[in-house]
Ligand binder design. Structure first.
Ligand SMILES: C[S@@+](CC[C@H](N)C(=O)[O-])C[C@H]1O[C@@H](n2cnc3c(N)ncnc32)[C@H](O)[C@@H]1O
Length: 317
């Protein structure tokens, strides 16, 4: 491992420990959802995307397949595609297939292993394409590498990852991405839509237990990386829809009174006490356009799948 990479791993571990101590010390316990995505979590997320009730991936894929040519209008061999939270980069393949020659593809993700697997797969499928993976937290101040900055750039932010942020955080993040991508750029972003709560709840409570395993992996990761002592059988997965806030909330609920160690501290849990692990905000089409406008973007086109479950927006810097 290079010194720079070893330093990044230690910094990430320290940030994880600090966020766990902070989150579990609060009266309403919480853990940031970005820590879901270690290698095990990324692979469980991939499994979730294939579940029958998990409509977002299928609906967004259908939109990209139906509209790739329009989405990539004006993209040419001088354009770099920069993706935020790229994960497996599977949806990106639809765009890469359509785009023909590009200057480069720069996937950004916090999970180095997911980036490496995607890079290896893309190298086989698109041998001509220059892929420059960037292991980074896109919520931290982000400067694109010199060889990308200053070129024509199109940003891609699929998966409704923007829904993991409160509307105020989403505005701040969208404004930061606009600065990072630069003048003249555009952003293509996937956003899950408000819909029948029963449909939403089915997507986050699968009967196969994959979403539960994904949620519980956060405690397993604390055990692995922060010398944690969580008994995974002592917690259960819960997903509820808060209609007033327009968000799905995922929690880990303590099945009994218990204490668990993590990062050198002990944390007590009452029976029924919850750790909030993820919010997933849903938007009406116009609501998201307003959020983007407030962040300085000019919303242009928006596409929906046939059933109106999901949306993909084109925003101009
Ligand atoms: C909901 S998944 C979406 C994955 C993929 N883009 C898709 O559409 O299927 C979120 C992705 O964003 C990454 N991610 C989450 N928070 C991040 C952050 N703060 N910085 C960088 N990547 C992040 C995760 O590792 C994961 O790959």
């Amino acid at each position: 491992m290079s010194n720079a990479l070893a330093f990044a791993v230690i910094a990430e571990r320290n940030a994880f420990a600090a966020d766990v101590i902070d989150g579990l010390s609060r009266p309403k316990k919480r853990l940031p959802c970005r820590y879901f995505y270690d290698a095990a979590g990324s692979s469980l997320f991939d499994e979730i995307t294939r579940l029958p009730d998990y409509y977002p991936t299928r609906a967004e894929t259908a939109i990209l397949e139906a509209h790739a040519a329009e989405i990539l209008d004006g993209v040419d061999e001088d354009t770099t595609l920069v993706e935020f939270g790229s994960g497996s980069s599977r949806k990106t393949e639809i765009l890469l297939e359509q785009a023909g020659r590009l200057a480069a593809y720069a996937p950004i993700d916090i999970c180095g292993q997911a980036l490496e697997e995607a890079r290896a797969r893309l190298a086989r499928r698109f041998p001509e394409l220059e892929v420059t993976p960037i292991v980074a937290d896109f919520t931290a101040p982000l400067a694109l590498p010199a060889e990308i900055a200053g070129r024509r750039v199109i940003g891609f932010f699929p998966g409704s990852t923007i829904g993991n942020f409160t509307p105020a955080e989403a505005r701040r993040l969208l404004a930061a991405l606009r600065l990072a991508l630069g003048a003249g750029s555009r952003l293509v972003i996937g956003v899950d839509l408000k819909k029948d709560p029963a449909r939403l709840l089915a997507a986050y409570n699968d009967p196969h237990g994959v979403t539960a395993a994904f949620n519980l992996n956060l405690l397993a990761r604390i055990n692995r990386e922060l010398d944690g002592g969580f008994d995974l059988d002592g917690f259960c997965h819960q997903a509820i829809y808060d209609a007033a806030e327009g968000r799905i909330e995922m929690r880990l609920v303590s099945r009994r009174p218990q204490e668990a160690r993590a990062a050198g501290r002990a944390f007590g849990f009452r029976r029924g006490e919850a750790i909030h692990t993820e919010s997933s905000y849903k938007y009406a089409l116009a609501e998201f356009r307003e959020t983007a406008r407030a962040a300085g973007w000019s919303p242009r086109r928006a596409w929906r799948d046939e059933a109106g479950l999901f949306s993909v927006h084109e925003l101009m810097a």
